[in-house]
Design a protein around this ligand. Structure first.
Ligand code: PRX
Length: 656
């Protein structure tokens, strides 16, 4: 965040209470109702969730134990059997929802498609049978590397239906990043498309899969299933590659959902941390189903007639929880959009809202800021009166962007639901319940019922109101990360050891700094670890550094975030070159391109700064705090006494 953003968040005092009309019709109608739910859940979390799990989900077999908490490992609804694909599809077919639109898809070059619950169920069953025909079964991990097309959701639900955990890899990741993820999860198959459309251009995907699999570099992958989307010519490897349009029509539309244990692995989703390669966050079935269902229902006040649109990509947790599973489990109509905001199409989001009469709209602050820049005339020229609730996620929203969203998009009528959560949390943790909790611009307000959040110091002691500290969660919740795939030690050290347990109390360490105000509202300030958040995308500085040093001209690199008005943060890389190499603009461009090819366009550094040395402690640790100051053009703040060589700072100040 920029200094002015932090300043304006600290100064923010405005509150926006729910309107009487909104509150009267909402699921949770008053602060007293929220407080009663919160208190009930805090007094008996297991009882609270058990009651909801009984009420809201179908179970093939009941559980025998609601919560098994053996810190830091948690299990929910132990022994219970269910299938999330059944809860998202089959159970709605016996109701009036059978012919309701489940998925509305808007493709970039003007394509569109609507699938009712009955149609989506049929497609999912066929895909499930096609996968079975390839020998994929319960426990086989399937990689999904897709554009934003209905087949992405169909593939996820088909995997869930047969008990094959999916590992969705965002379509913007490079072949290298894809290969690492396929190998880590030991994927047996990959579902992809020839390509997709992004900002009006065809972007190839299957060639990236070919590159990832070349020279047997991902030997666990036996099959590749390919959807034809762009029609661009691609190579098909005999025996390995199969066209979706060949297998899907031949497959039977009858496929009973596999009874899954509540704790069976539903999916792996890779995300960045401070150290090492991206980690596979493990989510299991029952708790995840329940938590995404309940949070969407209450925080977005989902009603039967809503047309709900989340603009995320299915490659991120937001797409998993709140484009696919949460909405469909609730029997809602979910909109999926292949496009992205661009200067060439400044009205694209507002066109979709007008075309489908979207009532609930969920996007990221970075998109809001981009639209502010494009001008009010674009939303003003569209009919946005269908909207009744606006959501935001991914990074702190600056009060200016919040107010614009409220005024220009929400016509001062729609509550703004700022949801703080993470890949690891599976669902919203801090969020207003819009009929109950007054909002304040820049605050994700209060914990969802059942979430015991606190701001503490490194010893686990709560800090006073309005004092910065570490955001922690003190009781397990149903959709919590179960472990890091294949690495329990990393799970333990990343989330549970930063703040050591005290008197039997464990602290889930979120990695975010925050404060709580005198009204009990949480204000999340951003990451406290070596993670940068660029346009709401989470990247580990170390991943980008590894990509840079894999270039022959680079000896050493240090990456930090720099405040950016549009993206929230931008990436600045300090680079020391190998002996022969000479700094130049051409080399900087080449290094940026190299990072894109190693990770993907989302990791492209905004700036490369060549330097002769990096500020290090005597024990050789790079002092990133100083680099962050330098990148932001600020004075060096804080203690520099541990710096090994003070002249390095002067050299860096001079820049290159
Ligand atoms: O720093 C917080 C920020 O995004 C991080 C989680 O990133 P990821 O796992 O990719 O999930 C993003 C979508 C859930 C958090 O640690 N973050 C997310 N939402 C907010 C936020 N920061 C402030 N306010 C939010 N509403």
């Amino acid at each position: 965040m920029t200094d002015s953003t932090i300043e304006s968040i600290l100064q923010e005092k405005r509150t926006f209470p729910p309107s009487a009309d909104f509150a009267a019709a909402a699921h949770i109608k008053s602060l007293a109702d929220y407080q009663a739910l919160y208190d009930r859940a805090a007094a008996d979390p297991a009882g609270f969730w058990a009651e909801l799990a009984q009420q809201e989900l179908d179970w093939f077999e009941p559980w025998t134990q609601t919560l098994d908490w053996q810190p830091p490992f948690v299990k929910w609804f132990v022994g219970g059997k269910l299938n999330i694909s059944h809860n998202c599809l089959d159970r709605h077919l016996a109701t009036a929802r059978k012919n309701k639109a489940a998925l509305i898809w808007e493709g970039e070059p003007g394509d569109s498609r609507v699938l009712t619950y009955a149609q989506l169920h049929r497609e999912v069953c066929k895909c499930a049978n096609a996968l079975k025909g390839l020998g994929i079964g319960k426990g086989d991990v399937v990689g999904i590397y897709m554009p934003m097309i209905p087949e992405a959701a169909i593939a996820m639900l088909a995997c869930a239906r047969i008990g094959a955990p999916h590992s969705v890899v965002f379509g913007g990741f490079s072949a290298e990043a894809l290969r690492d993820r396929l190998n880590d999860a030991q994927c047996k198959a990959v579902i992809t498309a020839d390509g997709g459309f992004r900002k009006g251009m065809a972007v190839a995907l299957k060639p990236q899969v070919d590159k990832a699999l070349a020279n047997d570099a991902a030997p666990s992958v036996e099959h590749v299933l390919v959807v034809k989307r762009t029609g661009d010519a691609i190579a098909m490897v005999e025996g390995r590659d199969h066209w979706w349009h060949d297998l899907q029509p031949k497959a039977s539309a009858h496929c009973p959902a596999e009874p899954m244990d509540s704790e069976d692995l539903l999916f792996i989703l890779y995300t960045s941390g401070s150290t090492g390669k991206p980690k596979g966050v493990v989510h299991s079935t029952g708790g995840y189903n329940l938590y995404t269902h309940m949070t969407l229902k209450w925080a977005f006040d989902l009603q039967e007639t809503d047309i709900y649109w989340c603009t995320a990509d299915v490659g991120w947790i937001t797409g998993h929880s709140y484009i696919v599973y949460g909405p469909l489990s609730n029997g809602a109509t979910t909109v999926m959009y292949e496009g992205a905001p661009s200067a060439a199409n400044p009205g694209c989001f507002w066109d979709v809202i007008e075309k489908y009469g979207v009532t609930i709209f969920y996007t990221a602050p970075t998109a809001v800021r981009a639209f502010i820049k494009m001008g009010d005339e674009h939303p003003n020229a569209r009919d946005l009166t269908s909207l009744r609730l606006l959501g935001t996620v991914g990074e702190p929203i600056n009060p200016e962007a919040w107010m614009w969203y409220h005024r220009v998009i929400g016509a001062e009528r729609c509550p703004i639901v700022d949801t703080w959560w993470q890949t690891e949390t599976g669902g919203f943790m801090l969020t207003p319940l819009p009929g109950a909790i007054a909002t304040k611009p820049g605050s994700a307000t209060k914990p969802f019922p059942g979430i015991i959040a606190e701001i503490v110091d490194l010893d686990g002691n709560p800090v006073p109101d309005n004092t910065g500290g570490y955001l922690v969660i003190k009781h397990p919740w149903p959709s919590a990360i179960r472990t890091v795939f294949g690495d329990d030690d990393r799970y333990r050290s990343t989330y549970w050891e930063h703040i050591p347990p005290k008197d039997g109390q464990y602290f889930y360490f979120a990695g975010d700094g925050a404060r709580r105000d005198e009204d009990g509202y949480f204000w999340v300030m951003g990451r406290v670890d070596d993670v940068v958040n660029v346009s709401g995308h989470r990247l580990g500085t170390m991943e980008i550094e590894s990509a840079l040093v894999s270039h022959p001209a680079v000896a050493e690199a240090a990456v930090v975030g720099k405040p950016d008005d549009l993206k929230g943060e931008d990436i600045v890389a300090f680079v020391i070159l190998e002996g022969e190499a000479v700094p130049s603009d051409a080399l900087a461009t080449e290094l940026k391109r190299h990072v894109v090819s190693e990770i993907g366009a989302i990791a492209r550094p905004g700036e490369i700064r060549f330097s002769e040395a990096l500020p290090k402690t005597r024990s050789g640790k790079i002092m990133r705090r100083l680099l962050r100051n330098l990148a932001a053009g600020q004075e060096i703040a804080g203690d520099t006494s541990t710096l090994e060589d003070r002249s390095v700072l002067d050299k860096l100040r001079g820049g290159a």
